[in-house]
Unconditional design. Sequence first.
Length: 104
Amino acid sequence: MFVAKVTGSVVATQKVDSMVGHKLLVVEPYRVDAQDRSRLVSTGRTFISVDTVGAGEGEFVLIVQGSSARLTPETKNLPVDTVIIGIVDSVHVDQRNVYDREGE
């Protein structure tokens, strides 16, 4: 599992039938900053994820990749590699709050 930020969306009018009706979002994984463990920083990577929870742009989300991405009821028969499985409320590292959805 990874923490990622939703940075955009993808519209694809032509796709395989099994993907029709699934919202696709651009996500950028984040990690704890090695220099300052009180904040999250981008990993510099970008993925397209199927949204199963109603996430929106600017939100931090939980994503899974690979075979785990096909273990949700919504994605078990889809050709996907990354899925959003949760919206993050807060992140705590070393007893510090490094992200809080309410205080963003």
